[in-house]
Design a protein around this ligand. Structure first.
Ligand SMILES: Nc1nc2c(ncn2[C@@H]2O[C@H](COP(=O)(O)OP(=O)(O)O)[C@@H](O)[C@H]2O)c(=O)[nH]1
Ligand SMILES: [Mg+2]
Length: 425
């Protein structure tokens, strides 16, 4: 594939990695978080160098297991139930060195006079979880919202290094990009390092394109709730699927036009209304159209306006887990909204192939942190917070919907699978 950029040209992540657990109070749902979402931390903590992204191809280009060390100690509590004891022996050889010490150092027996010595193998849970995730894969659903022509499709393609959001049936690469007129989701399976991700991009019609934009967030809100409803119906089914297809929107990238002015009333309304049902990540689109000073000023203004309007974007302060989490997330929040540039074209710069936009005065390298903040967004979204986005969606947004729905209804009656809509995945 010509548009794969070799890993060595990619910059290091500029945002701190986050342990893949959510800071929110865990609701006492009788339903376990879905699929490999929770407990599959091994995927998201992958080191930055491990993103070769052979989209749609099946050749893992990296040895698996490189991400094990990052997840130790964070997920065990969530996913112990999945662990098969017999797997310990299989995985023991891969146990992360630093955690093996807990077991091998067993000579310091407890005050109770225990003489049990030696390695138990608890730390192999990570390897067991990794194996499970490799087998089952996981879903990730991302929605893009903003006026048409702001670079939404391009940015998603830049993020996932492919034509993912333009590949909808019937459109080839060279044809004119169709304008989205209805909410449409397109799914792709992306495989990397042996882990499969079913990525669904939900494209929304040019938000705010109309003359009268009253209530234009409604169809988007409806779509988000429909996915919750679909999931809820599957959950309360008497014959539940082993793994419920997850079409819930894990993240909504909200594109702010690079006007240099204020947020529009529409932006404020949208984010205010939707921030309680979806993880909103505001980004400043086409930031190559602004000077460095303009960009800084605009970012500051947007941050201030978001705060003044009480808009909680992701990562929400109230869900910070602990002090470490808070300090990592504070750094990210201070950098937001990321001023991004998108492109799915490659150019040769200093002997390396880079994704960029060619202008008469030079090439804007989208992954170069000195040129724009795309790399920060990508690292945050995929390499450090992807798992957390899924968990917040499940534990907070979905849980809120579920509680309300069950309350309103006086308890949802079990329904048969015939009543539920088929997943659109
Ligand atoms: N200057 C600039 N142009 C961009 C950027 N991203 C996309 N474009 C261009 O803007 C046009 C619309 O992009 P598209 O991704 O289809 O926008 P969408 O309607 O929001 O999905 C295309 O010509 C893109 O090449 C960017 O970051 N900067
Ligand atoms: Mg588009």
């Amino acid at each position: 594939m010509s548009d794969i950029v070799p890993p060595e040209v990619r910059p290091k992540p500029a945002v701190p990695a986050k342990p893949p657990n959510v800071g929110a109070p865990s609701p006492s749902s009788p339903f376990p978080p879905q699929g490999p979402g929770v407990g599959a931390g091994g995927i998201v903590a992958a080191p930055p160098s491990a993103i070769p992204v052979p989209i749609g191809s099946h050749g893992p280009s990296h040895p698996v297991g490189h991400s094990v060390g990052h997840s130790v100690g964070h997920n065990v509590g969530h996913s112990g139930g999945h662990a098969g004891g017999h797997a310990g022996g299989l995985a023991g050889g891969h146990a992360p060195a630093h955690s093996a010490g807990h077991g091998h150092g067993g000579s310091h027996s407890s005050g109770g006079g225990s003489t049990l010595l030696g390695y138990i193998g608890i730390d192999t849970i990570i390897e067991q979880m990794r194996k499970k995730t490799m087998k089952t894969g996981f879903d990730f659903n991302i929605m893009v919202v903003g006026p048409s022509g702001l670079g939404k499709s391009t940015l998603v393609n830049t993020l996932f290094k492919s034509q993912v959001s333009r590949k909808s049936a019937g459109w080839s690469r060279d044809e004119k990009i169709p304008k989205t007129v209805e909410i449409k989701s397109v799914s792709h399976v992306i495989e990397e390092g042996g882990v499969k991700m079913k990525l669904t991009v939900v494209d929304t019609p040019g938000f705010g394109d109309q003359i009268n934009n009253d209530n234009c967030w409604e169809p988007i809100s409806k779509y988000i709730n429909e996915q919750f409803e679909k999931f809820l119906k599957e959950e309360v089914n008497i014959t539940r699927k082993k793994r419920i297809p997850d079409t819930r929107v894990h993240c909504c990238l909200y594109f702010i036009p690079p006007t240099g002015h204020s947020l529009r009333q529409l932006d404020v309304e949208f984010m205010k209304r939707l921030s309680h049902s979806v993880n909103i990540i505001p980004v400043i689109a086409k930031s190559d159209t602004m000077t460095v000073e303009e960009r800084q000023e605009f970012k500051q203004r947007v941050r201030k306006e978001l705060e003044m309007n009480g808009i909680e974007f992701y990562p929400q302060k109230e869900f910070d887990d602990d002090i470490e989490d808070k300090s990592d997330n504070d750094k990210i929040r201070e950098m937001m909204p990321f001023a991004v540039v998108g492109s799915d074209k490659e150019y040769q710069v200093n002997g390396k192939r880079v994704l960029g936009r060619k202008t008469p005065w030079g090439i804007i390298e989208v992954e170069n942190p000195n040129h724009c903040e795309f790399a920060q967004l990508r690292d945050f979204l995929i390499r450090s917070h992807l798992q957390d986005l899924k968990e917040v969606t499940h534990n907070i947004h979905y849980e809120t919907y579920r509680a309300k729905r069950l309350n309103d209804n006086g308890g949802l009656h079990p329904i048969t699978s015939n009543d539920t809509q088929e997943s659109n995945l």
